[in-house]
Design a protein around this ligand. Structure first.
Ligand code: SF4
Length: 347
């Protein structure tokens, strides 16, 4: 290939790729926006007991800034936006933000702890939201209190039923921790017998202040082994997963809903990663485990273009879990202790 034809080949490849394609060919079309660092719960795996240092109010994106940044991402190829937090719905202008973002050509969804979703049902419908992820780590009130340091189990459970009755598809996110809730795996799966929901078991991951260690991890293999010992082999059906799915999904024959496992630790799904995260104070992260962030808010407020910063951040993304490509590296605290608490990342 001559130098000239090589150059035109490279230019053609660039034109073909989306501006959000990284060096491994992964197209990033999914933006997760954290609306706030605040939450009405205090989950132990999400934040340290003493709480976190909140960003000053003036450093948090306004709803106009969220919309402007989201619109830029949509112009660059984003087709799905998930709102996270903290708890996204505790933000006073949450309804307004939902409406603004619903005007963009994207699939809009959110992850919430479910405590106040009943106040937003009409808004969700108005904004075309079809699916919601709700966090629930135990089916026992006292255990929920232990993990969330608050007493909202009944409320959240009733809200899940309400959302299902109102026609939303609910995904129940359950972070499994050995010795705490791994004895509830089958009870959770049995929720999907009568309810058309997806129960999602998430492997416990390390973040600042959550005292992660490998011994607390309940792996994909352990979950499946419990499932195999509780149901007949022919009744456990493996469902097809979409290319960018983080889940490995299954269904028990005859059940209305299904269950899935998110195995970020023992079986990472980084090959198909299409996610970029925007924190409530306007920083982007190219990986959940990346402690490096790129500031979009300061240049945006200064009237500068944020496009090159977004592209550079995507281009610098590493192949697997920000470089933690083996379980050994995962076990080293230095590999992840500089990362934010989950509450400040937005999951
Ligand atoms: S660990 Fe990072 S690269 Fe892997 S799927 Fe999650 S965000 Fe993507």
């Amino acid at each position: 290939m001559t130098k000239l034809s090589f150059r035109s080949h490279a230019a053609k490849k660039f034109e073909e790729g989306s501006p959000l394609t990284d060096t491994f060919g992964r197209k990033h079309n999914y933006l997760r926006i954290s609306l706030t660092e605040r939450c009405n719960l205090r989950c132990t795996y999400c934040m340290p007991a003493e709480g976190i240092q909140l960003s000053p109010k003036e450093h948090i994106m306004t709803y106009e800034e969220i919309y402007t940044i989201a619109k830029k991402f949509v112009q660059m190829g984003v087709t799905k936006i998930r709102l996270t937090g903290g708890e996204p719905l505790v933000r006073k202008d949450a309804a307004l933000i939902l409406e603004k973002l619903a005007s963009l050509p994207v699939q809009l969804t959110l992850t919430t702890n479910g405590v106040i979703v009943d106040r937003f049902i009409d808004h969700f419908k108005k904004c075309g939201i079809k699916t919601l992820n709700i966090s629930l780590d135990s089916l026992h009130s006292h255990k929920n209190k232990e993990i969330t340091r608050r007493s909202y189990f009944e409320k959240v459970y009733q809200n899940i039923i309400l959302l299902v009755n109102e026609g939303f598809f609910v995904k129940v996110n359950c972070v499994l921790m050995k010795g705490f809730n791994d004895d509830e795996i089958i009870d959770f799966i049995n929720l999907s017998k009568k309810l058309p929901i997806q129960v999602r078991f998430i492997e416990f991951m390390p973040f600042d202040g959550n005292r992660w260690n490998m011994d607390k991890l309940v792996s994909l293999e352990e979950i499946l082994s419990k499932v195999r010992s509780s149901y007949k082999k022919e009744d456990i059906v493996k469902l097809e997963d979409a290319p960018n799915d983080t889940t490995k999904s299954y269904q028990i024959k005859g059940y209305q809903g299904n269950f899935a496992v998110i195995s970020s630790v023992t079986n990472p799904f980084c090959d198909g990663c299409n996610r970029i995260r925007l924190t409530a104070n306007g920083q982007i992260k190219n990986c959940l485990f990346s402690s490096k962030e790129s500031d979009l808010l300061t240049p945006l407020r200064a009237g500068k273009s944020i496009t090159p910063i977004i592209q550079k951040t995507v281009q610098s993304k590493l192949k697997i879990r920000n470089g933690m490509d083996t379980l050994d590296k995962f076990g080293q605290p230095s590999a992840h202790s500089n990362n934010r608490s989950m509450i400040a990342i937005g999951g």
